[in-house]
Design a protein around this ligand. Structure first.
Ligand code: FAD
Length: 564
């Protein structure tokens, strides 16, 4: 076996030993068997499954050991990595190519010289300086010890918990605490749960939380904690009111952990993450960065973005590790594909939401599509709602959100792949997807969503969203639009759009005379398909200004529920 002579031996140092850091170190080893590879990790554990922590608290993952994907010993024996846990890197000296680390157990200082340095420092939780926030039962959920403490409190008889923040981690915590039988309240400052999603798409998530017995306090921030000694007994809300609980989980966001990088003169990008190129090189020669600490290019908007997710972190670690060891890989960017389970509902998002499209200056079209996850004639189909956002002039897919029961993950991933490929809504119509009745439909929900949206793109139908219909109705014009409900009369009992006239689709052709062809006409049904058929009838019968309500009454209802 040939060995690298000691003098030519490269030293690669990695700061941070979880998703990005452990991936980087292991990949560097695969590239360069001769290198010395050292990982400094501040915490007690390396390469642990942070994404699994909420499910450990919820007891779906029973064994703590299952969360520890690797240990320093296993990384030594498998990859010959020198992993130093409880070692915090406190300083980087780029001119000398040195890092200074402190052994947190002994206080001793360690100075090591590197040829290549990889910063994988992750993110830091937002912990505002509020009264009582340091109480011993106000907890974060980011590390194995923190998850263990939460699990102990649940097992130790706690009955009430408040989760502050309704992002992914907050909702996963709430779901799992509710599964353990606790009375859970979620407090969220924004006007909705899952703020990256469009508001009408999270209505089923909020309903699912309530169905699990979780109380939602939406649109309220927190002002501090009421305490008894070092124990918090209640959380005070902005604008008054206190919610009592046995413990509190704080999950109000995170920021890229860039302090060390900043002190070393590494450039920080506009999103607050470390600026890197496609090779994940920072502005300082010899220093790479990966994971939640870095800023990426958003592959839809083309703009710098901070996307703290496990997929990008692991892939970036691999790229940084390869390149630090002399390889040549690239990381092109990310676009925030994400998913969360909340009770019986899953919610996924890929690419841009509407608010992000507006900020990025896109002119876009929206469609809502409701379909079963598999053929309706095969038992047990669960409904999915797919929101497609596409660029008006080109039909390019800009973003998608999928919410519902079974099969959300598969549709989100197909749409995520389509976004990466730069596909248009007409391409979605052409996809050749796997089908047998237990799995999907001959026209899969994604293909149906593509067809609906491509019809608009080609000008075969003019669509309006629930928000646009509400604006038209509320503008109070006289005469306003004639709104035609083409559902079956028994469906009208579920409610109707104010001022709508009922004209069931099977009777439409004979009763056309009851409508005014010169007026702006909006047609709707339950989900948007029967009204599309009505649209085609009307357009070919002399009605010039017809619009189909995308997503029908289902989306109208979700929109109404999401209004502040
Ligand atoms: P981290 O995993 O945060 O690791 C950074 C490490 O660097 C830390 O251990 C830290 O101690 C160490 N460090 C920092 N500074 C120093 C220093 N100066 N010296 C030494 N060590 C240092 N993402 C998903 O995509 N899907 C999910 O379902 C999901 N669920 C999640 C659930 C939870 C509870 C949490 C907390 C996160 C979840 N994430 C999820 C996010 C995902 O875990 C992160 O995106 C990913 O871990 C980022 O990896 P990283 O290596 O960049 O950072």
């Amino acid at each position: 076996m040939s060995r690298t002579p000691e003098a030519d031996r490269k030293t690669i140092i990695v700061v941070g030993g979880v998703a990005a850091g452990a991936s980087a170190a292991a990949k560097a080893r695969r590239e360069d068997e001769g290198a010395e590879i050292i990982v400094f990790e501040r915490g007690e554990h390396v390469s642990f499954a942070n994404c699994g922590l909420p499910y450990f608290v919820g007891d779906e993952i029973k064994r703590r050991g299952a969360l520890l994907l690797q240990t320093p010993a296993s990384l030594k024996s498998r990859f010959n990595l020198d992993v130093l846990t409880r070692h915090e890197v406190t300083e980087i000296r780029p001119e000398a190519r040195q890092v200074v680390a402190r052994d947190l157990r002994t206080g001793a200082e360690v100075v090591r010289t590197y040829d290549r340095l990889i910063l994988a420092t992750g993110s830091r939780p937002v912990v505002p300086p509020l009264e009582g926030i340091g109480s011993r039962n106000v907890k974060l959920l980011r590390t194995v010890p923190e998850a263990e403490e939460l699990k102990e409190m649940v097992g130790g008889g706690a009955r009430r918990a408040v989760v502050v923040g309704a992002g992914f981690i907050g909702l996963e915590a709430a779901e799992n605490l509710a599964r353990r039988g606790l009375a859970v309240t979620v407090v969220e400052k924004a006007a909705q749960v899952l703020p990256p999603f469009d508001p009408e798409m999270v209505v089923p998530v909020e309903e699912s939380l309530r169905a699990m017995g979780v109380e939602l306090v939406i649109g309220r921030g927190i002002a501090g904690f009421e305490t008894n000694g070092d124990v918090a007994v209640g959380v005070r809300l902005d604008g008054g009111g206190t919610i009592a609980a046995d413990f509190f989980v704080l999950s109000i966001g995170a920021r890229p952990d860039v302090e060390l990088a900043k002190k070393a003169g590494v450039a920080i990008g506009p999103s607050g993450g470390i600026a890197v190129n496609e090779r994940l090189e920072t502005s300082v020669p010899g220093i790479y960065a990966a994971g939640d600490a870095v800023e990426v290019r958003h592959l839809v908007s083309g703009r710098p973005a901070w996307i703290p997710l496990a997929g990008p972190a692991n892939k970036q670690g691999r790229v940084a590790g390869a390149n630090a060891a002399g390889g040549s890989l690239t990381f092109k960017g990310a676009y925030g594909t994400s998913i969360v389970r909340v009770g019986k509902v899953a919610a996924a998002k890929t690419g841009l939401g509407e608010a992000e499209c507006l900020r990025a200056g896109f002119d876009y079209t929206v469609t809502y599509n409701h379909h079963g996850d598999h053929a309706g004639y095969y038992p047990g189909a669960e409904e999915l709602t797919i929101k497609i956002i596409s660029e008006r002039g080109t039909g390019r897919l800009l973003g998608a959100q999928v919410v519902g029961g079974r099969g959300v993950d598969k549709r989100a991933d197909v749409l995520a792949t389509a976004i990466y490929g730069g596909l248009t809504v007409e391409d979605l119509e052409q996809l050749d997807l796997a089908y047998a009745p237990p799995f999907g439909a001959a026209k899969d929900p994604v293909i149906m969503a593509g067809m609906t949206t491509a019809n608009i793109f080609r000008g075969q139908v003019v669509a309006v969203t629930p928000a646009e219909v509400a604006r038209l109705i509320e503008a109070g014009r006289s005469p306003g639009p004639q709104v035609v409900d083409v559902r079956d009369p028994r469906e009208w009992r579920e409610g109707t759009i104010p001022g709508a006239v009922g004209l069931p689709l099977p009777e439409l052709r004979e009763r056309l005379g009851e409508l005014d062809p010169a007026r702006e006409t909006i047609v709707y049904c339950r989900g948007g398909q029967r009204s599309y058929f009505a649209y085609r009838v009307l357009r070919q019968s002399g009605f010039r200004d017809v619009k189909n309500l995308t997503g029908g009454f289902l989306s109208w209802t979700a929109f109404q529920k999401s209004r502040p």
